[in-house]
Structures are given as structure tokens and as C-alpha cells.
Design a binder for this molecule. Structure first.
Ligand SMILES: Nc1ncnc2c1ncn2[C@@H]1O[C@H](COP(=O)(O)OP(=O)(O)OP(=O)(O)O)[C@@H](O)[C@H]1O
Ligand SMILES: [Mg+2]
Length: 287
């Protein structure tokens, strides 16, 4: 186990929850993520923005073990993560996907129970034998899953099939399922895509409530109003490189950011990309 050096006496430099260093992801001749360093501290909400194709989702895939970065390391609470999705989840990082990935023919509750699986101790034999340990664990998991549905405002939909939920609620269900693994860090990839303005405000409140539970958040969004309302700090990716990082004013006033967005306003409801149906531009399976 790798740990960071202890801070000098008197300093309160807490170990970051996430510390990505020199992350590079190449696909043949294309460098989708180019030497990105990013940290997320305890209690922080950090934004990740950038034009379409900037490498945001690819960076998330590198953080979560879906891709093995060409170079670089990802640490969670001071420990280097192996690039394997289940080990990353077990360590404490959960995510949602730009292209919603729910089990469409399972109920809302069952979808959350799947997310809980990485935290239950009962193994496959226990499940087959269905002894007392299994039933106790199952009851606990259902209780926890119902609490999460309540928290995300979906308790009244617990027995509905996931595919019958409106789009905005499917996004909330993805968040509930991610929370079921008891993460210390939640990665959200375009959580408000396809939501109406009321749903977007509700999503904002949900993200604050998650932060208040002590979970750090890294969020990708094209909706600048959402990002700047929520985030303590925002990093901007352009063509795989982090060009700026800072608070709202720093990002909004940076010439390179303005150029990257081709003069599109950074305030208001979003960039032209935000208004487009991202599902039509997002064809890769790993988004
Ligand atoms: N598996 C892959 N194989 C080859 N190229 C890929 C792969 N995944 C992503 N890319 C490419 O990497 C670049 C970054 O894509 P990525 O999906 O990370 O962008 P993004 O910033 O998330 O964009 P958007 O805002 O549209 O979601 C794009 O040029 C994309 O085509
Ligand atoms: Mg993306």
C-alpha cells in the first residue's frame, strides 16, 4: 500500500481523495488524454468541462479502470489503484455513465441492489444455499437500497421497471445505484443531459446533498450554469489537455477557454453542445 508522506507538524494537508498524475490515454495516433493531473479533496465538488471530444469521458474511463492509461497513475486516498473496474469500485470510487447503463428489465430497487453487490460479504455459495446469513444480508441490502431511493426521490418507483422511468429519473437511478457501493468519491458524467430545467435544479440539490454526506464529487457537464453553481473548482480539458483550473471567475475569464468554446457564452443554460442531444453524438460503448 502506497501512502503519501505525512504533512509537516502544524500543517493540515489532508490526503486528496483522488490524485490523478500524468494520465495519458492514446488510441493509435490519437492522444485523447494528454498528461492530465487532477486532484479532488475531501468534501469538494470539482467540475470537468470541455468541448465535445475533449477527452472528459476517456479521462473518467482511465480513473475507473475501464481503460488502462497509456501512462500515469491514479490514487484514491493515497493508494495507487489497479486499473480494474471492480477493484476501483471496491476501493471507493463509483460513477455514472454519459450513456445511461441500467438493467432496463429489472426494477428500480433491483438496479440499486446490483450496485450494492460490491459491498455485501455473502458470496455465491451463500446465495445458492440461501442460509440465514444470506437472508440477513439480503434484508440489510434491501433496507439500504430503499434508503438510497428515498434519498434520490425515487422511493415511490421502487417496483417500476427501470425502462419505464422518464429519462431524468433514469439518471437519478444511476446515481442511486452508484451510491449503493458506499463510495468516497462519485464521478458523474453529464448527470443532467436530457433533463428539463426543474429536473436540473433538483439534480443540483441532490449533488449538494451527496457532498454533505461526505462524498467527494467530480462532475462532467456541458451545462455551465449547473457547473458554476455547484463546483468549488473547475478544470477545463481541450484536446486532451487541461488548459485551466480554478474558480468560476478564473475559468470564465480565461482567453483560452473562451477560444476553445468559439465564443459561446459560458453563462446561461449552456453551450451549443449542451442543447444538442448528446446521445446522438455519443456512439462509443464506453461513454
Ligand atoms: N475507445 C476509443 N477508441 C478510439 N478513440 C476513442 C475511444 N474512446 C474515445 N475516443 C476518442 O477520444 C476522444 C475523446 O473522446 P471522449 O468521449 O473522451 O470526449 P468527451 O470530452 O467525453 O466528449 P463529449 O463531451 O462529446 O462526451 C474523441 O476523439 C474520441 O473519438
Ligand atoms: Mg463524454
Amino acid at each position: 500500500m502506497t501512502t503519501t508522506t505525512a504533512p509537516a507538524a502544524g500543517l493540515t494537508t489532508a490526503t486528496p481523495v483522488l490524485e490523478a498524475s500524468g494520465v495519458i490515454m492514446r488510441f493509435g495516433g490519437l492522444t485523447a488524454v494528454n498528461n492530465v493531473n487532477l486532484t479532488v479533496g475531501q468534501g469538494e465538488i470539482v467540475g470537468l468541462i470541455g468541448p465535445n471530444g475533449a477527452g472528459k469521458t476517456t479521462f473518467f474511463n482511465c480513473l475507473t479502470g475501464l481503460y488502462v492509461p497509456t501512462e500515469g497513475t491514479v490514487k484514491y486516498k493515497g493508494t495507487v489503484l489497479p486499473p480494474k473496474p471492480h477493484l476501483v469500485t471496491q476501493a471507493g470510487i463509483a460513477r455514472t455513465f454519459q450513456n445511461i447503463r441500467l438493467f432496463a428489465n429489472m426494477t428500480v430497487l433491483e438496479n440499486v441492489l446490483v450496485g450494492r453487490f460490491s459491498r455485501t460479504k455473502e458470496g455465491i455459495f451463500s446465495a445458492i444455499l440461501r442460509g440465514p446469513g444470506f437472508h440477513r444480508a439480503e434484508a440489510e441490502s434491501r433496507e439500504k437500497a430503499m434508503e438510497l431511493l428515498e434519498f434520490c426521490g425515487l422511493a415511490n418507483k421502487a417496483e417500476h421497471l427501470a425502462r419505464n422511468l422518464p429519462y431524468g429519473e433514469q439518471r437519478k437511478l444511476e446515481i442511486a445505484r452508484a451510491l449503493a457501493s458506499d463510495p468516497g468519491l462519485l464521478l458523474l458524467d453529464e448527470p443532467t443531459a436530457g433533463m428539463n430545467p426543474q429536473e436540473t435544479v433538483a439534480a443540483e440539490e441532490l449533488v449538494f446533498a451527496i457532498r454533505d454526506k461526505g462524498i467527494a464529487i467530480l462532475v462532467i457537464e456541458h451545462d455551465m450554469k449547473f457547473i458554476f453553481n455547484l463546483c468549488d473548482r473547475t478544470a477545463v480539458l481541450v484536446q486532451g489537455q487541461k488548459i485551466v483550473e480554478g474558480d468560476k471567475e478564473t475559468v470564465q475569464n480565461d482567453e483560452r477557454v473562451i477560444t476553445a468554446y468559439l465564443g459561446a457564452p459560458l453563462e446561461g443554460t449552456g453551450t451549443p453542445e449542451a442543447d444538442a442531444d448528446t446521445s446522438t453524438t455519443s456512439t462509443e460503448a464506453d461513454k
